[in-house]
Design a protein around this ligand. Structure first.
Ligand code: SF4
Length: 85
């Protein structure tokens, strides 16, 4: 299992989630080279420990546990994983 950032992040890229993630699983962070190039942030499925911290602080309600991702956002699951492939 992992958490997933959906397209609701696009246009916002609020970084509250980056600040609370205990395992540094959310990128690009503001200090990352690719931050300005990416339209949203992504969660590394190989690092996420399902703590739920990011979901609760996101002002856009863009983050879901993988099993709870709405059907219309299903492609976000692959897009998050692909960022780290
Ligand atoms: S659920 Fe926890 S570990 Fe996973 S990305 Fe969010 S804050 Fe990080």
């Amino acid at each position: 299992m992992t958490y997933v950032i959906t397209s609701l992040c696009i246009g916002s890229k609020d970084t509250s989630c980056v600040e609370v993630c205990p395992v540094d699983a959310i990128h690009p962070a503001p200090e990352d080279e690719r931050f300005d190039d990416m339209e949203q942030l992504f969660i590394d499925p190989g690092l996420c420990i399902n703590c739920d911290a990011c979901r609760t602080v996101c002002p856009n309600e863009a983050i879901y546990a993988r099993a709870a991702v709405p059907p219309e956002e299903a492609s976000s699951i692959q897009r998050n994983a692909a960022f780290y492939a």
